[in-house]
Design a protein. Structure first.
Ligand code: SF4
Length: 66
């Protein structure tokens, strides 16, 4: 299982992650991403999750195996 984390210090608000995981990513009023509360628990690895990690230009979208 994996835990998703978005590093707020790195996120620049490109929203590429949103294209792959629209139900997992929310944005604050300033346009920066965070993991939606309902999806912040452990998740299975999926192609969409891999793509979200691979396409974040700031390396802010991260997953750690647990
Ligand atoms: S793609 Fe990366 S930098 Fe852009 S909004 Fe998503 S987490 Fe933030």
């Amino acid at each position: 299982m994996y835990r998703i984390r978005i590093d707020s210090r790195r996120c620049q608000g490109h929203a590429r992650c949103l294209a792959f995981l629209p139900e997992t990513v929310d944005f604050d009023d300033e346009g920066y991403a965070h993991v939606s509360r309902a999806k912040s628990l452990r998740v299975e690895m999926t192609d969409a999750l891999r793509q979200a990690v691979a396409n974040c230009p700031e390396r802010a979208f991260q997953v750690t195996e647990e």
